[in-house]
Design a protein around this ligand. Structure first.
Ligand code: T46
Length: 136
């Protein structure tokens, strides 16, 4: 699985730090159409457990930390998110599971399309079957 972290430009000053996201230089074709954020999470309540058919997202823990397991049907890898200037790309057709949220976690997501429940694959066996059918 390719490296998935994205470094966001942090503007530091005596007043504090600021990150502005207009476009992602590593992903010039990524257009932000939706922003959502998750908070009041619980360490023992993992989330996600799905893949998207046609949605690319970038996840950022703007406060606190969590882990994200990414699974492309061939390789599984767990990533830690714990910096407000570091994003993680959640590609289309990658199963993801978020866990181990710190109490203060604020998990922000940039998405390249609006919300569409029909884009979700929420059954793991269905996901694996689709990956294998798409592979040559
Ligand atoms: C994802 C991971 C990283 C909406 O109504 N609009 C929205 O834009 C979103 C994202 C969700 N919802 C509703 C759908 C559910 O009734 O919010 C409820 C919770 O969504 P879900 O159970 O899908 O939450 P997570 O944390 O499992 O997944 C979310 C995103 O849904 C998903 O796209 O990739 O975060």
């Amino acid at each position: 699985m390719i490296a998935k972290y994205i470094d966001l430009n942090e503007i530091k000053s005596d007043k504090g730090s600021l990150v502005a996201i207009e476009n992602i230089s590593d992903m010039p074709n990524f257009e932000i159409k939706r922003v959502y954020y998750i908070y009041n999470t619980s360490k023992n309540e993992p989330r996600g457990f799905h893949a998207h058919k046609d949605l690319t997202q970038i996840a950022i823990c703007i406060n606190g930390s969590c882990n994200i397991l990414l699974d492309d049907g061939k390789t599984k890898r767990t990533f830690k998110l714990n910096k407000p200037n570091k994003g993680l790309v959640l590609d289309k057709m990658v199963w993801h599971e978020m866990s181990d949220f710190s109490d203060d976690c604020v998990f922000l997501v940039l998405a390249d399309n609006i919300y569409d429940e029909s884009d979700y694959i929420r059954d793991y066996d269905d996901f694996i079957e689709r990956v294998h059918n798409a592979s040559p």
